[in-house]
Design a protein around this ligand. Structure first.
Ligand SMILES: Cc1cc2nc3c(=O)[nH]c(=O)nc-3n(C[C@H](O)[C@H](O)[C@H](O)COP(=O)(O)OP(=O)(O)OC[C@H]3O[C@@H](n4cnc5c(N)ncnc54)[C@H](O)[C@@H]3O)c2cc1C
Length: 283
């Protein structure tokens, strides 16, 4: 087994060009668990942890876009200044594992694993994030919903790595909620991200852990957009219940060792309704 530890993005891409099927290692909080459990075999490893280019972020105040390098950790996302621009992502970050895990775990690794239970992913979906991919021969950008193609399956090609992800900085309320089998250190059995965009008069809803991919809920979003009063921050109780029902209808959950499909479907409705009520507390 070879382990390459490049210091620049250029060198990382070169290493990957020479071994396109090499395993990328960031914080290792998913990968090492899989290796230790014998669920994954690796031959070549390219470590990204010392690639400074991947560990930066940029906030463009004119375009109102935040770009996070793949190596940005959940600990960084959970705190200022990043937290003020993407409060729902910060909220999701605070629910990831423990402080030790959050200090090592990266947003690029969450995207790389692409589990439907990944806490960052419903927020990225609701924000309509763009994933940046690069290889030695070029780069491409994919909307998150095209990047995630199945449970733990992505559109990333051999020889490519995720360099980062861009999200809009919106001025409306946004939030993230999850339920699991305990209060901390828990993988979500159901999760919901809700993002409001007052300028576009839109409410965006994404569900995690209730389908093979993160699910958007166009019917619920459309219903909310007509039911809410952005100016008065109000929505009726009946509209909240209808929204929750549409969220439940959009879920495609399964029974597994963590929960039942019926509980998951119920839970996303409750979480979606609560988030809509928090976003529009009046009425
Ligand atoms: C105790 C524990 C608790 C956890 N709790 C949570 C939780 O509450 N919520 C949650 O969402 N996750 C949780 N996780 C999972 C994990 O911490 C996250 O998925 C994390 O974001 C993975 O990031 P990483 O940097 O450690 O990735 P790694 O383990 O280094 O890599 C993960 C995968 O992504 C690939 N990869 C990494 N970087 C890139 C890149 N730049 N381009 C392409 N592919 C890349 C790797 O090859 C690998 O396949 C937990 C893990 C542990 C061990």
């Amino acid at each position: 087994m070879s382990v390459i530890v490049p210091l620049t993005l250029h060198d990382a891409l070169q290493a990957l060009a020479e071994a396109p099927d090499a395993t990328l290692l960031a914080g290792g909080t998913d990968l090492m668990v899989e290796l230790n459990a014998g669920h994954r075999q690796v031959t070549d490893v390219v470590s990204l942890s010392r690639v400074a280019d991947l560990c930066t972020w940029q906030h463009d105040p004119v375009r109102q876009v935040l770009t996070l390098g793949a190596g940005i950790t959940y600990a960084e996302i959970a705190t200022e200044p990043i937290a003020q621009w993407v409060p729902a992502l910060a909220q999701a970050a605070r629910t990831v594992g423990s402080p030790q895990i959050r200090n090592a775990a990266t947003i690029g690794g969450n995207l790389g694993t692409c589990s439907p239970a990944g806490d960052g992913l419903p927020v990225l979906s609701a924000l309509e994030a763009v994933v940046h991919l690069r290889s030695a021969t070029g780069s491409r950008d994919l909307p998150f919903d095209e990047f995630m193609v199945g449970p733990k399956r992505t559109a990333r090609l051999p020889g490519e790595l995720i360099t980062g992800v861009s999200v809009p900085v919106l001025d409306g309320w946004q939030g993230y909620s999850k339920v699991g089998v305990r209060n901390a250190m828990v993988i979500a059995t159901a999760s919901v991200a809700l993002v409001t965009d007052p300028a576009a008069r839109r409410v965006r809803l994404a569900l995690g852990s209730v389908g093979p991919v993160i699910l958007r809920c166009p019917e619920a979003e459309a219903a909310a957009a007509t039911a809410v009063d952005f100016h008065a921050a109000s929505v009726s109780d009946s509209a909240v219940e209808h929204f929750a029902e549409l969220a439940r209808a959009a879920a495609r959950p399964i029974d597994d060792h963590r929960s039942t499909a019926a509980y998951r479907r119920h839970a996303v409705g409750v979480l979606a309704g609560r988030l809509l009520r928090k976003a529009f507390p009046n009425g």
